[in-house]
Design a binder for this molecule. Structure first.
Ligand SMILES: [Zn+2]
Length: 369
């Protein structure tokens, strides 16, 4: 799973927006919002969290700055500085523990970490965190400019947490706004959906995303945008993880030769995701269709579809167990050997040749765990 980056992207001191493509949605949210609960629908990697934080900052801004004719957070007032420092007393942000740790987001209430370091971090927003949020909502605003509760993403509210939130969504105290984000409204309970006004954050045009990535110092941004299905923040995360355009382009030929070293230092979920993309592009080439993620001339064109299908199913199986304590080096080596065999299985061979998992793929079942 590629995690949405972006908690570090914030409004500048001059009121400059963290992402240029959020301007219209921000103006729409500030100009038309009627209710006190807003559900932001944004595709993964398009910037849901930076946008939600910008909107919260605009609501809390004590100057109500005007930049370019549209109302935006000023970036300079005391309230804006507190949001930027992640310590605004009237903004409560609930993230699942996995995201909170990844972005180094401070815990609410200055609670000590307790035993959190000893157990696996939660991927859900837990009910005790929602109850803490509800207690906080009913306290008086510290700075007198209202309060904002932000839950990102609301998809990871479990049933108990969502039910605990319903009354607050329906009737929050005066001056309190609740902001939820989702990549897929179908994942949100109907009882939550019906209490929220909805707002869509449009995906950035490819050229705008590429220009923004170049401004962030990413070289050949079109290559990484293709690698990430056009998801700008995922492309930035990939670049910041050390995978530049050259490293990405090196993947297909290295995998075809069975050279697992190309993935040295990569986490297993990213290796599996990348092999899935290579498998997809090899299938596209085998069918005479254009590739999506890699340059067409880097992807073998003659692989056999049955072998590619077996490879794809094996990758699905590994992806479902991405939290399994694999021995990573052995797993990556086996994955690359399986990939090389699937890519080498030629369409001219007998149809049965690639229909079963290759020996290297079968070897995954016997790996020590
Ligand atoms: Zn301000």
């Amino acid at each position: 799973m590629v995690v949405d980056a972006g908690a570090g992207l914030m409004v500048g001191e001059d009121g400059e927006l963290p992402l240029p493509w959020i301007a219209d949605a921000l103006a729409a949210a500030l100009g038309t919002q009627r209710g006190h609960a807003l559900l932001l629908h944004a595709a993964p990697g398009s910037g849901a969290l930076p946008f939600a934080l910008t909107l919260a900052q605009a609501w809390l801004c004590e100057v109500g700055g005007v930049a370019g004719g549209a109302r935006r957070p000023c970036g300079r007032c005391g309230s804006c500085h507190l949001v930027q420092a992640r310590v605004h007393p009237d903004l409560r942000v609930l993230l699942p523990e996995t995201l909170r740790r990844e972005h180094d987001w401070p815990l609410a209430d200055d609670k000590p970490e307790g035993d959190e370091g000893k157990r696996k971090p939660s991927r859900q927003i837990r009910v005790d965190e929602v109850r803490g949020l509800i207690d906080w909502v009913y306290k008086t605003s510290a700075r007198g400019h209202g309060k904002v509760a932000l839950l990102h993403p609301a998809d990871v509210l479990n049933l108990q947490s969502a039910n605990a939130l319903l009354k607050t969504l329906e009737e929050p105290p005066a001056g309190t706004r609740v902001l939820l984000t989702t990549a897929d409204p179908a994942q949100i309970l109907p009882t939550v959906l019906s209490r929220c006004q909805r707002l869509r954050l449009a995906d950035p045009p490819r050229e705008q995303a590429a220009a923004w990535l170049a401004h962030q110092g990413v070289a050949a941004p079109e290559v990484l945008l293709a690698a990430c299905s056009g998801r700008a923040l995922d492309a930035l995360a990939l670049a910041r993880a050390g995978v530049d355009a050259r490293a990405w382009a090196a993947v297909p030929p290295a995998v075809a030769r069975g050279q697992g070293g190309v993935f040295a230092g990569w986490p297993v979920p990213r290796v599996v995701d990348t092999l899935h993309k290579l498998c997809h592009d090899a299938m596209a080439r085998a069918c005479g269709a254009p590739t999506t993620f890699f340059a067409a001339d880097a992807v073998p064109a003659q692989a056999a579809l049955p072998a590619l299908s077996a490879w794809s199913r094996e990758l699905d199986r590994i992806a479902r167990h991405d939290e399994h304590p694999w021995q990573e080096a052995l797993l990556v080596d086996a994955l690359v050997q399986g990939a090389a065999q699937a890519l080498a299985a030629c369409a001219r061979r007998t149809p049965q040749a690639g229909s079963a998992a290759s020996p290297a793929v079968r070897r995954l079942d016997t790996l020590p765990r």
